[in-house]
Write a protein that binds this ligand. Structure first.
Ligand code: CU
Length: 352
């Protein structure tokens, strides 16, 4: 903290000194005569262009070096590798163009700075040059877009048949996870059933919902596709799993989806990172309110055996928290109410 303040003050003082020096030189020039002053100023500005160019690249290099451990994390899903390779290919081409254009821009501003007696060259067009700088970027960009669209359809296409499924529901400020239980089928839901206990509004009239269980963390099997069915209860959230390169909005009233294949177990990642406390984090990628920063979850990637043992230990939500309780009575009342409303609407519709 102290170092930051000292550096900031030093930079501010340096800028002030340069500014004052420039002004002083200007006054000196004015004393010497008007025309001379303009030339001196042009000389200074031209040289500052070079200073800016070199200083800028040194700063860029330093920030990349200082942040080298935070620029990239190992991809832990199949599609994450595709995304990373596209990212690096794009960065490669745009990086070349960036360096080239910046060097030319500032070097030319320096080289062709005003000097007495020199006249600018009138050079309005060069068809051949313009053709090349249109055709080459067009080919490169089209190739990048074609690869991107191809991968996008793969990533957002239908999930493989052997996928497991989990429902993830965002709310201010936590994630709820629902697993389908032994029947591998998530039961229906209806927002009117949401209560303090039935947090995601499971519809217990659907037999498939009876064995569903709610988990405190998300579990996935390594090398097995997992489909996220994503919902939100209040505002727009976004499911973000950085290591898996997963990011999909959670929108109230809509079920969005994202499937991926994790390739590295949590255990393996702990060894690779040398961090025994490592966990895949699930974060909210959409600024959703004051507690947004705390909206974190954990994804555990494990073997099929470990997953099966865990799933077996998770009790059915209905059997444990609803059956024979006040919640079941409340659920029956809302259910009855809904049925009446729907019948009423159907009759209305039939009359018209
Ligand atoms: Cu959120």
């Amino acid at each position: 903290m102290g170092t930051t303040i000292v550096i900031t003050i030093a930079v501010v003082l340096f800028v002030l000194v340069v500014f004052q020096l420039a002004r002083m030189m200007e006054y000196v020039s004015i004393l010497r005569g008007e025309e001379k002053s303009r030339t001196d100023n042009d000389q200074l500005q031209g040289k500052l262009m070079l200073v800016f160019l070199i200083g800028g690249f040194i700063a860029l290099g330093y920030s990349l070096w200082a942040m080298r451990d935070h620029l990239w994390i190992e991809p832990a899903a199949v599609h994450a590798r595709w995304l990373d390779s596209m990212f690096f290919i794009t960065l490669f081409f745009t990086g070349i163009i960036f360096v080239l254009t910046q060097v030319l821009l500032f070097y030319f501003a320096y080289k062709y700075r005003h000097r007495p007696g020199r006249q600018a060259l009138y050079y309005p067009e060069n068809t051949k040059l313009e053709m090349w700088w249109t055709v080459i970027p067009a080919i490169v960009l089209t190739t990048l877009v074609i690869i991107g669209v191809y991968r996008w359809f793969q990533i957002t296409g239908p999930e493989p048949e052997d996928s497991m499924v989990v429902e993830i529901t965002g709310q201010q400020f936590l994630w709820n996870y629902r697993y389908p239980g032994p029947d591998n089928k998530l039961g229906d839901f209806e927002f009117r059933y949401i209560s303090g206990i039935n947090k995601v509004g499971i519809d217990f009239n659907d037999p498939a919902s009876r064995d569903d269980f709610m988990a405190t963390e998300m579990h996935a099997v390594v090398n097995k596709p997992i489909l996220l069915r994503i919902r939100a209860k209040d505002v727009i959230h976004s499911v973000g799993i950085p290591y898996m390169r997963v990011k999909m909005d959670a929108v109230p009233g809509l079920v969005t989806r994202f499937w991926f294949i994790p390739t590295i177990t949590t255990k393996e990642m702990r060894e690779r990172t040398g961090n025994p406390d490592f966990n895949y984090e699930i974060v909210c990628d959409q600024l959703c309110g004051t507690g947004h920063y705390g909206m974190k979850g954990i994804l555990v990637v494990e073997t099929q055996e470990e997953f099966d043992a865990w799933a077996k230990s998770q009790p059915s939500f209905y059997e444990t928290y609803v059956k024979g309780t006040e919640e079941e009575v409340r659920f029956a009342q809302v259910s009855e109410q809904l049925k009446k409303e729907r019948e009423g609407q159907a009759q209305k519709g039939a009359k018209h």
